[in-house]
Design a binder for this molecule. Structure first.
Ligand code: NAD
Length: 410
C-alpha cells in the first residue's frame, strides 16, 4: 500500500515539476509513533498489542485521520493511509494535514471490556501527540462511536477538562454531529449525481450496483433508491443479491437492521462478490474493501461510472485498463471525502460549542463535494489526465504550496 501511495506521489510530483526538496519531505511522514498497549484480558491474561499513530503532514493545520483495529495494521499501511488523508483533506480544502492510527488486533474476538481497556491505554500512550489543535482521530475499520467516546473520555480525564474536539465521529450526546454517520455515503451520492449529469446519464432509472452494504454502501444505495435510480445489485461479505428491475432498498435495509445479510433478501437472485462487479450498469460503487478491481477483472467491468466509496478499491494496473476503455473513475480521495468533511464540521461545532441543523450540514457537504468535483474535472480536462491524477495534482500542489510559503525551519 505504501509503495502504491509513494508511486502515485512520485508521478504527480513529476507532472507538477515539484521542487525536489519539497517532494522529498512529502515522501516521509512528519511524525510516527509506535506504542505498546498492555491490556488485561477477561481471562486474567495480559496481552501486549502494538499501536501506531502516524502524522503525515502538519503544514496546513492539525492532522486528521481514523483509528483502525485490525490484524493487518502495520506501520507501512498506517503511513500510506496517513498520506492519503493529507491529499483528501487538501483536495476538499480543509485546514488539516493527514494522519492515521491503529492497533494490530482482532477486535471481532474481543469483549467490550477488553476493547475499552485497550482503547483507553492506547489513548493514554498517544496523548502527547493528539488534541483538538494537534491531531484529531476518528473511527475507521472496527472502531465506532463508542471507541471515540472512550478516547474522548480518557483524554478529558488526563487534561481535567471535557474536550469533545479531540475526536470526531462521537455520539451526538457528547458533541457529535448530525449527519456524520451518513456523510460518506451522502458525499458519494453528490459527486455521482454531478458526474451522471456530465455524462448525460439520467438519474431516473439509472442502473446502480453497490459492493459493500455498510456505512458507506448502504447509505449511498438508499439515496440512489430514493432518487428513483434502479439499484440492481448490492452485496456484503456473505455475497450479493441481483434484480434487473431494481431492488427495494428500503426493505433490504430493514432486513439488514435485524442483523441479517443482504443475501437473505428474497426478491432477487444470489450473485457473488466477483460477479457483482462485472454487471452491466451505469454506476458502480465499490464500497467494501481495497483491491477489488484489479488487472484480472478490469476489462470485464461494464459500468460507465465507477465511484470509489472504499479506499483503494482499484489497483493502478486496473486504473490504466479502465482509462483505456473510457470508464470514468471517481477516485477515493474525492468520492469518499464526505466523511472527513463532516468530521471537520463536527470539530468546528465542538470548538464553537454551537451546533448546526442537519439540513445545514448536508447543504455545506454538498457545496464542498460539488466544488471539489468541479475543480477536479476542470483540471483533468485542462491537463488531459484522468480524474485520479487531477485530484492528486490539486491536493499535492496545495500542500506543497503551503510548505513553500512556510519555508524550512530552521
Ligand atoms: P463497514 O464495515 O460499515 O461496511 C463494509 C461492508 O462491506 C459490509 O457490508 C461488509 O459486509 C462488506 N464487505 C466486507 N468485505 C467484503 C468483500 N470482500 N466483498 C463485499 N463486501 C464486503 O465499513 P464502511 O465504513 O462502510 O467502509 C467501507 C470502505 O469505505 C472502507 O474501505 C473504508 O476505509 C472506506 N471509507 C469509509 C468511510 C466512513 O466514513 N465510514 C470514509 C471514507 C472511506
Amino acid at each position: 500500500m505504501l509503495e502504491v501511495a509513494l508511486a502515485q506521489l512520485d508521478a504527480v510530483a513529476e507532472r507538477l515539476a515539484l521542487d525536489p526538496g519539497i517532494h522529498k519531505r512529502l515522501r516521509q511522514p512528519q511524525r510516527s509513533l509506535i506504542v505498546s498497549v498492555p491490556t488485561l484480558m477477561d481471562d486474567g491474561r495480559l496481552e501486549v498489542f502494538t499501536g501506531f499513530r502516524v502524522q503525515h503532514d502538519l503544514t496546513l493545520g492539525p492532522t486528521k485521520g481514523g483509528i483502525r483495529y485490525h490484524p493487518g495494521v502495520n506501520l507501512g499501511e498506517v503511513t500510506a493511509l496517513a498520506m492519503l488523508m493529507s491529499w483528501k483533506c487538501a483536495l476538499i480544502g480543509l485546514p488539516y494535514g493527514g494522519a492515521k492510527g491503529g492497533i494490530c488486533c482482532d477486535a471481532t474476538r474481543m469483549s467490550q471490556g477488553e476493547l475499552e481497556r485497550m482503547t483507553r491505554r492506547y489513548t493514554s500512550e498517544i496523548l502527547l501527540v493528539i488534541g483538538p489543535d494537534q491531531d484529531i482521530p476518528a473511527p475507521d475499520l472496527y472502531t465506532n462511536e463508542q471507541t471515540m467516546a472512550w478516547m474522548m473520555d480518557t483524554y478529558s480525564m488526563h487534561r481535567g477538562i471535557t474536550t469533545p474536539g479531540v475526536v470526531t465521529g462521537k455520539p451526538l450526546l457528547l458533541g457529535g454531529s448530525l449527519g456524520r454517520a451518513e456523510a460518506t455515503g451522502r458525499g458519494v451520492y453528490y459527486v455521482v449525481k454531478a458526474a451522471a449529469r456530465d455524462h448525460d446519464v439520467p438519474m431516473k432509472g439509472a442502473r446502480v450496483v453497490v459492493q459493500g452494504f455498510g456505512n458507506v454502501g448502504a447509505v449511498a444505495a438508499k439515496l440512489f433508491y430514493e432518487e428513483d435510480c434502479r439499484v440492481i445489485a448490492v452485496s456484503d461479505s456473505k455475497g450479493g443479491i441481483y434484480n434487473a428491475n431494481g431492488l427495494n432498498i428500503a426493505q433490504v435495509l430493514a432486513e439488514d437492521a435485524e442483523g441479517g445479510s443482504v443475501t437473505q433478501h428474497r426478491d432477487g437472485d444470489r450473485i457473488s462478490n466477483e460477479e457483482i462487479l462485472e454487471l452491466e450498469c451505469d454506476i458502480l460503487i465499490p464500497a467494501a474493501t481495497e483491491g477489488q478491481i484489479t488487472r484480472k477483472n478490469a476489462d470485464r467491468i461494464r459500468a460507465r461510472i465507477v465511484a470509489e466509496g472504499a479506499n483503494g478499491p482499484t489497483t493502478p494496473e486496473a486504473d490504466q485498463i479502465l482509462a483505456a476503455k473510457g470508464t470514468t473513475v471517481i477516485p477515493d480521495i474525492l468520492a469518499n471525502a464526505g466523511g472527513v468533511a463532516v468530521s471537520y464540521f463536527e470539530w468546528v461545532q465542538d470548538l464553537q460549542q454551537y451546533f448546526w441543523h442537519e439540513h445545514q450540514i448536508n447543504e455545506r457537504l454538498s457545496e464542498v463535494m460539488i466544488s471539489a468535483y468541479q475543480r477536479v474535472v476542470a483540471l483533468s480536462r485542462k491537463e488531459q489526465v484522468d480524474l485520479r491524477t487531477a485530484a492528486l495534482m490539486l491536493a499535492v500542489k496545495r500542500v506543497a504550496d503551503g510548505k513553500r510559503l512556510r519555508g524550512l525551519y530552521p
